[in-house]
Design a protein around this ligand. Structure first.
Ligand code: SF4
Ligand code: SF4
Length: 336
């Protein structure tokens, strides 16, 4: 573990709204986690988007809204949603695949849109495009450059998998050259397409040893290059406390069919804790993710143990070699 990495604890009094305003996308990434059977195919109307934002606005809390899809810039009313979210006091982020439909850069502004994130999974087309699609690298990086020149606060999200972990370090010169100061490294989840490819014998996941050998070191190098890097904690040290964000944090993952999850690992299952019905937020009946958050197990995150047991290894005595942290727990390294 890099000695410079600081764990970013869950902030009480802070609320994060991960708002999927549609599930449609122009791309078909191999690891796409969108599951239309579970998340719906609707595109929220402008009026619904407004009312649902109002449901989660709380002037007493620092609140962030992250517009997601599918590809959120395919929504013709995204700019309207950004303006509404700003009026309600949210800090606003858009996570895009880089295509920036509907002239987002021209129609919004760095004053309205606090953060614009681009997903890129390789430092060149030969690494990125087999994962995200032919021609995606060119378009995504060209639009990143435009966004930087237009004064937006631009970040890049890199989803680490067995296909691209060896190329992670080569992102540093690319980000530096484009002028990007914020880098989010994510770990591939076993959901959506990545889950089905795993069952077909392809293994997307990186081993704990590989993750620990590469990711913290690259994050430190990126920070040395002046980039603020955030990456998942994944493995807890022996003396570190386990906390489930479903209990200690306020995260809401909203889908266009009205499902609202508290934990992203649960999103492929109809166990959402909350539901929006007739523009009201109601507690879902029956067995929901909330019931799992309470379980205290030696392996750490209970949903990881239930849904991704292959990620846990055990010693000769049957004890887990690593406790897995909440998937929402992050570490960061700031430039010095
Ligand atoms: S850009 Fe996002 S939503 Fe679209 S296919 Fe890729 S991972 Fe899925
Ligand atoms: S990932 Fe695990 S620890 Fe985090 S909210 Fe979900 S169940 Fe809780």
């Amino acid at each position: 573990m890099s000695p410079r990495a600081r764990t970013v604890g869950f902030q009480s009094g802070e609320r994060n709204i991960f708002f999927h305003i549609l599930t449609a996308c122009n791309l078909s990434c191999r690891h796409c986690y969108i599951n239309k059977e579970q998340h719906g195919t609707e595109m929220l109307s402008r009026a619904t988007m407004e009312r649902w934002l109002e449901l989660f606005a709380d002037p007493a809390k620092k609140a962030n809204v992250i517009f997601l899809g599918g590809e959120p810039t395919m929504h013709p009313d995204l700019v309207h949603g950004i303006t509404k979210a700003k009026e309600l006091g949210f800090d606003v982020t858009v996570d895009s695949n880089g295509y920036l439909f509907h002239d987002l850069l021209e129609k919004s502004s760095p004053e309205q849109l606090d953060f614009l994130s681009f997903s890129l999974d390789g430092p060149d087309a030969s690494v990125n495009d087999p994962i995200r699609g032919e021609g995606v690298y060119e378009i995504c990086t060209a639009n990143m450059r435009k966004a930087v020149s237009a004064g937006y606060n631009v970040s890049v999200i890199y989803t680490v998998s067995s296909l691209n972990i060896k190329h992670l370090h080569r992102m540093i010169p690319l980000l530096t050259e484009i002028g990007i100061k914020r880098f989010f490294i994510q770990v591939i989840g076993l959901r959506g397409n990545s889950a089905s490819e795993n069952t077909d014998g392809f293994n997307w996941q990186v081993s704990p040893d590989e993750w620990l050998a590469i990711v913290p070191a690259v994050a430190a190098q990126a920070a040395d290059a002046g980039i603020h890097v955030t990456f998942p904690k994944v493995f807890l040290q022996k003396d570190e406390k386990f906390e489930c964000a479903g209990i200690v944090a306020e995260n809401y993952f909203i889908f266009p069919n009205g499902r609202v999850y508290r934990c992203p690992l649960c999103e492929d299952h109809p166990i959402h804790a909350l539901t929006i019905r007739d523009d009201k937020l109601i507690v879902s009946p029956g067995l929901t993710e909330d019931n799992f958050f309470q379980l205290n197990i030696a392996e750490g995150c209970v949903m990881n143990k239930l849904l991704q047991p292959d990620t846990i290894s055990y010693d000769a005595q049957g004890n887990p070699e690593h406790r897995i942290s909440c998937c929402l727990l992050k570490q960061e390294i700031l430039p010095e």
